[in-house]
Design a binder for this molecule. Structure first.
Ligand code: EPU
Length: 336
């Protein structure tokens, strides 16, 4: 276990932003983690897959890169299987491992960037499924007193891209592993999402399986979302805003085609991508950064953009959307 000084984080964040960590340590065992935390007096910064953050400055802290690896079946019945996954496993590789073993539950979450340990923090979701649907519990270490704690699903207080780890326990725990429960047969397939139905039709799939759903999701995501290996990005930069049904009725008079999802009688969710597109930003490029041309929710770094450039663009988008629609859109990505 080596603590290095002045380390570039460009390769460790999917936005591909250059920023330096004053101290950096790669963590591959829980013992190492405890030892580092024990002797540490510096502020901490926990780095997982680096897929949900925008670095706008150098990090004057000890950056712990959580690289804990391993996947283990911990319980199995005729119908179900419980799997423990270490936090540093790549999320998509884990989804593929499940499909290879015919374990159903997270196939709709294929190709989401990031690591298993950071997935619960924002309760990752896509195409009608959220992490919480297959989640049982996670283990985490308290960064102050080093005590290990198991968090049940209830403890995590999952919401739309939300959990206790983003709110009242922010920065207080390091997730070391996550336990999931999957079906072994009679999988509960989630194909209601329009884009999935269309993709399955295109691929001429009549009887969907978890594998064909995963393939459909991969095809949809590849067609809309840039691959961080080619163009730096952090997926959806903003959350989809929720507005009152009264405000929605008013908006309909000026914007009769506004897409919406009803959440309750009083609340309506609007796709931020649509608002941003209508505000004229889709596909806009400024120097080395801009808004993706196929999905306006995604801000991109074409090469050497600075985090502060992207933050300024995000703020301009927020102001413009507020002016036009009187809707506040919040960032989904953590701004550092
Ligand atoms: N839309 C536009 N223009 C755009 C983008 C979207 O008009 O540039 C409109 C379209 O009408 C479309 C609707 O928005 O029908 C919804 O778009 P899409 O199905 O692509 O979903 P989204 O609401 O933009 C959310 C998640 C994605 C997830 C998809 C699929 C959030 C913030 N984003 O996007 O998550 O993949 O649904 O379930 O909830 C991520 O979190 O990084 C992410 C990519």
């Amino acid at each position: 276990m080596v603590i290095k000084q002045n380390v570039s984080l460009k390769a460790f964040n999917t936005f591909g932003i250059e920023a330096k960590a004053s101290s950096y340590c790669d963590i591959s065992t829980i013992d190492q983690l405890i030892r580092v935390l024990n002797g540490n007096k510096m502020p901490l910064f926990i780095l997982g897959g680096g897929s949900n953050m925008l670095l706008t400055q150098n990090i004057d802290a000890l950056v712990l890169h959580i690289n804990l690896k391993g996947i283990e079946v911990i319980k199995e019945t005729v119908d179900m299987v419980s799997v423990k996954v270490m936090a540093g496993e790549n999320w998509h590789e884990f989804v593929l491992w499940c499909i290879e073993h015919n374990y159903g539950g997270i196939e709709n979450l294929s190709l989401i960037p990031g690591n298993v340990g950071t997935a619960p923090i924002q309760n990752i979701g896509a195409y009608g499924v959220e992490l919480k649907d297959a989640f049982i519990s996670c283990e985490a270490v308290n960064t102050k007193n080093l005590i290990k704690k198991t968090f049940s699903k209830k403890d995590c207080k999952f919401g739309y891209r939300e959990s206790v780890f983003k709110q009242e326990l922010k920065g207080q725990y390091i997730i070391t592993s996550v336990n999931f429960e999957f079906t072994k047969h009679n999988h509960k397939l989630n194909v209601d999402y329009g884009a999935i139905k269309e993709q399955l039709k295109i691929s001429k799939v009549l009887k969907p399986t978890i594998k064909s759903i995963s393939n459909a999701v991969i095809a949809i995501r590849k067609s809309k979302l840039p691959d961080p290996a080619d163009i730096g990005n952090s997926g959806s930069f903003f959350k989809n805003p929720v507005i009152s049904s009264n405000q929605f009725e008013e908006l309909l008079t000026n914007f009769p085609n506004i897409p919406s999802y009803k959440i309750s009688d009083k609340k309506i969710k609007i796709p931020a991508g649509w608002l941003i597109e209508k505000a004229g930003f889709k596909g806009k490029r400024f120097d080395d950064y801009g808004v993706h041309n196929k999905q306006a929710l995604v801000l991109v770094n074409y090469g050497n953009a600075k985090g502060s450039d992207i933050l300024n663009l995000a703020q301009l988008i927020q102001q413009t959307v507020l002016q036009i629609f009187d809707i506040k859109i919040e960032t989904e990505v953590n701004i550092i």
